[in-house]
Design a protein around this ligand. Structure first.
Ligand code: ATP
Length: 595
């Protein structure tokens, strides 16, 4: 799988890379076909509105020749004109309604499909992809496609119909004038297409500058504490102002180019029309043409010309959207490396909870020459608590990653109750493991929902019981809205110790036989510390536990301490035994636990 190209934002392809191929938009077809009735209704409305538009000039001719000419029926001519206009009005409204709705539906489907696909991808994918970029694909790129399905494609198709219809009607109306006009068309189209291309290129640049400014703002607002703690507000203001100024400068170039194109287009169009009109007027004077027919012809020329202009305008947008679609299909083509076998084995019920890593050798996909674990063998009996201790980078978290099957080891195997975990369906495996990470993820939801994440079908009494065991009930009950209190993005409204206790309550609720606990390194005050410790003891009771230990109390309570260094086990034993050896453990203990 190739690395994704890193764009500043989901908007606009890099002007230096190859032009996006319009063919990428074909990917949208199956999504459109899922809404056949809407699509059909739109085509009908399009046919009706185009027919009405194309009959308008005929009605105008009748009005001029019969209405103003001698002996005509004024009332009937005007009634016809009004009727055509009425059909046009309603058909246009229907066309707009159906195609806009189609755009919304298609984009919603596409977004759902993309999101459903992304959450199923493996950790290796998320390690090499920036989450900001994924969000931008989900929003900015799909947004671009909404405007394409809901408007640009409609404009393009309508314009093509109108150009063909107008040209045909021009030939029918006056073959001689039509011949003049057709010869003049390239003269008229060329500057529009050339100018349009240039506008497209400049507009991509201008959107990239806008995206730069946005990225800058979201980065500094996301790190507002760091910004303010360093008193860097003036610096950030200036950086943002400069980025905004760059985007205005780029937009100015685009606007200037667009203005120029508009001026040229209007001059060329009206120049051509004046010429045709002038030649037609001579015909009228000589009696070869009625005034109404000339009027009819000029209207067709205007419709046709206007539609060519509209085509030129949407051309660039279609190209941009093709770029967006290309990037989305790249993501949809990503395949997870960690998948269930075709017929997954089932775990014994009840699970005993023996875990084993046997002769494991592992390196992260992004770092093939830096093994994170080597010849690593560890067996944890049901109900046993093993503490992993070691310097930073020793490979402790990697053990967790392999037990959860976020990655597969390159050599050796990981077993659960004697069964190779590669034979299992990954979600089924993870159902049996509760993970309490060092920095728990708290969602922007209520306290109640945050705990319920551990087991979605849990009822209120179970959730409260879990909170009580996790020593979290008291502080939650004291929140202004109790369990309904919103905890804020990333748990912004909770202290570190409180966040940990929410995570412990979640794990208690999940009630899995295996517990992976990454103890927080951040020091808590004595009271929080005691509360967290008590909660953890309740959580660990009766479960097979592997804990990345940072506290003396934890290592003292563990059945066994495993000392890791450089991806290997260097010593094993109890606290006292290991202290007596006076090796790496004694050194770490002096630094970490015994100060
Ligand atoms: N996602 C990753 N991609 C590439 N390398 C990684 C990744 N995660 C960890 N590593 C590397 O693997 C090695 C082991 O890391 P690991 O996180 O398991 O150490 P640790 O003992 O948990 O450290 P700490 O106590 O600091 O969390 C380190 O050299 C680290 O740089």
């Amino acid at each position: 799988m190739a690395d994704l190209p890193k764009h500043g934002s989901g908007n606009g392809a890099d002007p230096d890379t190859a032009r996006p191929r319009l063919g990428a938009l074909r990917m949208l077809w199956p999504f459109v076909m899922r809404h056949k009735p809407l699509f059909g209704a739109w085509l009908l409305a399009l046919a009706a509105s185009s027919t009405a538009t194309l009959s308008l000039p005929v009605a105008v001719r009748k009005m001029i020749d019969q209405g103003f000419g001698s002996g005509g029926n004024i009332d009937a001519a005007f009634a016809l004109l009004f009727a055509v206009a009425l059909v046009l009005a309603f058909a246009t409204a229907a066309r707009f309604f159906f195609v806009s709705l189609l755009g919304e539906r298609v984009v919603a489907d596409l977004r759902n499909r993309l999101y459903a696909h992304l959450v199923g991808l493996d950790q290796a994918f998320f390690e090499r992809t920036r989450s900001g970029e994924l969000v931008s694909r989900l929003t900015a790129d799909t947004e671009l496609l909404r405007s394409v399905v809901g408007s640009s494609m409609s404009v393009a198709l309508r314009s093509i119909v109108m150009v063909l219809g107008s040209v045909a009607m021009m030939v029918v109306t006056s073959p001689r004038l039509a011949a003049y006009t057709l010869v003049g068309i390239p003269l008229f189209v060329l500057p529009l297409v050339l100018g349009g291309r240039r506008v497209g290129r400049i507009s991509r640049q201008s959107q990239d500058r806008v995206a730069d400014a946005n990225a800058l703002a979201s980065e500094s607002l996301g790190a507002i504490r760091t910004v303010q703690a360093h008193a860097r507000e003036p610096w950030e203001r200036q950086r943002f102002a400069e980025a905004v100024a760059r985007s205005v400068a780029a937009a100015r170039r685009r606007i200037a180019m667009q203005s120029l194109v508009t001026a040229v287009a209007i001059s060329v169009v009206f120049g051509a029309i004046t010429l045709v009109l002038w030649s037609g007027a001579h015909d009228v004077v000589q009696g070869d043409l009625t005034p109404g027919t000339l009027g009819q012809f000029v209207l067709y020329a205007l419709f046709g010309g206007g539609s060519v202009g509209a085509l030129a305008e949407v051309w660039n947008e279609l190209q941009r959207a093709a770029g967006g679609m290309g990037r989305i299909s790249e993501l949809l083509d990503e395949r997870a490396g960690i998948v269930a076998p075709s017929s997954p084995a089932t775990l014994p019920v009840p699970l005993r909870g023996r875990i084993e890593l046997r002769d494991v050798g592992f390196h992260y996909p992004s770092r093939p020459d830096a093994p994170a674990l080597r010849d690593f063998s560890l067996r944890v009996e049901p109900g046993e608590t093993v503490a992993l201790v070691g310097p930073s980078g020793a490979g402790k978290s990697t053990v967790f990653a392999l037990l959860l099957r976020f990655h597969d080891p390159q050599t050796g195997c990981v077993r659960l109750d004697g069964m190779d975990i590669r034979e299992l369906d990954p979600p089924a495996l993870r159902e049996h493991i509760a993970l309490v990470p060092q920095q728990p993820a708290i969602f922007a939801a209520s306290a109640h929902d945050n705990i319920r994440y551990g087991r979605l079908e849990a009822g209120v009494p179970e959730i409260e019981a879990a909170a009580r065991s996790a020593e979290a009930h008291e502080f939650i009950a004291a929140l202004p809205q109790g369990y309904d209190e919103q905890l804020g993005e990333r748990g912004a409204r909770l202290s570190g110790g409180q966040q940990q206790r929410i995570a412990i309550a979640r794990a208690l609720l999940k009630d899995a036989p295996i517990l992976l606990l990454d103890e927080a390194t951040s020091a808590l005050d004595a009271q929080s510390e005691r509360a967290v410790q008590q909660a953890l003891e309740r959580l660990m009771a009766g479960r097979t536990t592997v804990v990345i230990a940072h506290r003396l109390a934890t290592v003292l309570k563990a059945d066994r301490i495993v000392v890791m260094d450089g991806g290997r086990i260097v010593a094993e034993g109890s606290h006292d035994e290991l202290l007596a050896q006076d090796g790496l453990y004694a050194e770490l203990a002096r630094l970490q636990f015994l100060d």
